[in-house]
Design a protein around this ligand. Structure first.
Ligand code: NIG
Length: 396
């Protein structure tokens, strides 16, 4: 008898079209059999179990895979946000405010702040996430952020090249050299990925290339922030270097779309950022219709996107990025997994991690149809019930 069965699932969204109906692979009146933290089988409702979680005919889907976060930081930038809403533009330089606050925080304070944000994400249905460094910009500081991030995920990204720190204001190339050498060496043991902010006010395409090539030579996978504030060469650099993901993609040229379509590089959209910085929204249809792979992520950070709500991002992706409901759900689950080049999360197929979100709704369409409503009734990560609304879900 299996340890745990998630039972009475009205609509089980597997995000694997080979397992059920339509692009989302939906199975009706199902049970999910969980063993050793993994999906053991999909069965009919009422399957035998040691322990049963009856979700009362609600919808269940794979936990969200948040492939872009900056979770480790101290302080907030509410005043900067207010100024922006009053007409100021977003600029990369605001990052330095968070760098000062983060470097002033102790390990234990930073650990507690990051853990609280992780709890918030679990309540919002995020069962796997990537976490970047990037708010220290010193060798020891970046290594500290990577180490703290590695306590919460195996997808840690070294982002020493987030912005040029004040001390290097007139010597950006010296800072790039430090990132590519001593800082990379110190962060490498804690990280799986390297990233660079390729944008005016941060790093130019040549500097970005140097950072990514150094990371690749050290054995890290590649990710890049590009085309957030204006068009640039970052998207094509990502494709040329076979980066796993290029993130933001707010300003895509036709050549960018064509390059993405012929590549393995995922275009990761961060619509809460465009919302909070009053940027135009990208048109995800262009990439999808051309055959490119897409993801949606929260970009949790105190400057440009202080949200852990993937539901909010899905709603924006549908309304403003012109994804269909199904495409947005796939982008937030299996798309995020693809952007992290992993196949163990983002789907509910036998063998995958038992990462499940239970919605207080009959279908995932409600994520966009009922914006702002807390629909996450329960979150299971690795077979463990991490969050449950006691009024809705009872372990029996
Ligand atoms: O992804 N664009 C660069 N980094 C973050 C913003 C960081 C900040 O403003 O503190 C982003 O939007």
């Amino acid at each position: 008898v299996p340890a745990l069965v998630l039972d009475n699932i009205g609509a089980l969204v597997t995000c694997d079209p080979t397992l059920g109906d339509g692009a989302l692979g939906v199975v009706r009146d199902a049970a999910l059999v969980i063993e050793d933290g993994r999906v053991a089988a999909i069965a009919q409702a009422g399957a035998p179990a040691d322990e049963r979680l009856d979700i009362g005919g609600r919808c269940a889907l794979p936990g969200f895979v948040d492939s872009h976060t900056h979770l480790v930081f101290a302080g907030d930038r509410a005043e900067e946000f207010a100024a922006r809403m009053a007409g100021a533009a977003y600029a990369a330089g605001g990052i330095r405010t968070t760098v000062a606050a983060t470097n002033a925080a102790s390990d234990s304070d930073l650990r507690a702040l990051t853990a609280a944000r992780r709890r918030e994400g679990l309540r919002a249905g995020i069962t796997h996430l990537e976490i970047k460094s990037g708010y220290a910009l010193t060798v020891d500081g970046e290594a500290r952020l990577c180490r703290l991030a590695s306590e919460l995920t195996d997808d840690v990204t070294f982002l020493g090249a987030h912005v040029v720190p004040t001390e290097y204001a007139d010597r950006a190339d010296d800072y790039v050299a430090l990132v590519c050498d001593g800082m990379l060496t110190a962060c490498r043991p804690h990280a799986r990925w390297i990233d660079v902010f390729c944008e005016r006010g941060a790093f130019d395409p040549d500097q970005s290339r140097a950072v990514l090539e150094a990371g690749r030579d050290a054995g890290l996978g590649l990710r890049i922030h590009a085309a957030q504030l204006e068009p640039g060469l970052g998207v094509q650099l990502a494709v040329e270097l076979d980066a796993a993901s290029v993130d933001h993609c707010t300003y895509l040229s036709d050549a960018d779309v064509e390059a993405l379509a012929g590549s393995r590089t995922v275009a990761t959209f961060l619509p809460a950022t465009d919302f909070a910085t009053r940027q135009p929204y990208p048109d995800a249809r262009r990439v999808i219709d051309a055959g490119g792979a897409v993801a949606v992520a929260t970009n949790t950070n105190p400057g440009s996107s202080y949200t852990t709500s993937m539901s909010f991002c899905i709603a924006l992706a549908v309304r403003d990025l012109r994804m269909t409901l199904e495409e947005a759900v796939l982008a937030a689950t299996v798309g995020g997994a693809l952007a992290l080049r992993r196949s163990d999360v983002g789907r509910l197929a036998p063998g995958c991690r038992a990462d499940v979100v239970v919605l207080d709704a009959p279908s995932p369409a409600h994520l966009a149809y009922r914006p702002g409503v807390p629909l996450i009734a329960a979150t299971i990560a690795g077979g463990v019930l991490e969050h449950a609304d006691p009024a809705l879900i009872e372990l029996g």
